[in-house]
Design a binder for this molecule. Structure first.
Ligand SMILES: [Zn+2]
Length: 206
């Protein structure tokens, strides 16, 4: 009977070919509900069982101990902490500001902030890029006239708010100095663009 490769080789194969795929993106998906994440555990356990030649009935904790491998939960927590530590040194990374506004000790608050604030900012940036936001396009849905800028009476568009309106110039200068949309989205941090819109009081109407 052919017993195949030894345990160390099988474990290495499992870690590099299978678990690496489970790890990929866990910093993002790791904040899902526990019962959802548990769907991945059988894959992890089967990989360890195959490498160890253990039975289906072997207790899970014994599998971890014999293989010298953590549970997926701990593994992904470790990866998340590594990510946070790396982020700490990358002050220009867009996530840096969101994560480190909250104390590092309160990790769940950090992930919640990232999810909520990050998601809203992402959606806002996407709408700005395509030039459709509620404030400037809702007239279409409501079958009304296209709105005019209350400050300068020009047509109210995303471009007008972000770049053109002379009345917003002073506020704009605080956040960025570019004069075209291409450079705005390429060179200016989303935090600055969002800050500008908040200052104008239009961020809530995106
Ligand atoms: Zn205007």
């Amino acid at each position: 009977m052919d017993w195949g490769a030894d345990r160390a080789t099988l474990l290495r194969l499992y870690r590099t070919l299978v678990r690496s795929k489970l790890d990929y993106g866990s910093v993002i998906y790791g904040s899902a509900k526990k019962h959802v994440l548990r769907a991945l555990d059988p894959i992890h356990h089967q990989g360890l069982r195959n490498a160890l030649g253990a039975f289906r009935t072997t207790p899970i904790k014994s599998l971890y101990a014999k293989a010298g491998q953590p549970s997926l939960e701990y593994q992904h927590m470790k990866l998340a902490f590594n990510y946070v530590l790396k982020l700490k040194s990358l002050s220009r990374n867009p996530c840096h500001e969101v994560v480190f506004e909250a104390p590092l000790s309160d990790f769940s608050a950090v992930t919640k902030r990232c999810e909520g604030a990050g998601r809203k900012r992402e959606t806002a940036m996407c709408r700005l890029r395509v030039g459709h936001m509620w404030l400037t396009q809702s007239y279409l849905l409501k079958n009304e006239q296209q709105p005019f800028c209350y400050a300068c009476d020009s047509l109210y568009t995303v471009r007008h708010i972000l770049i053109e309106c002379p009345d917003f110039q002073d506020t704009r200068r605080i956040y960025f100095s570019v004069t075209d949309l291409y450079r705005l989205f390429r060179e200016v941090s989303p935090f600055r663009i969002v800050g500008y819109l908040k200052d104008l009081g239009v961020y809530g109407k995106i």
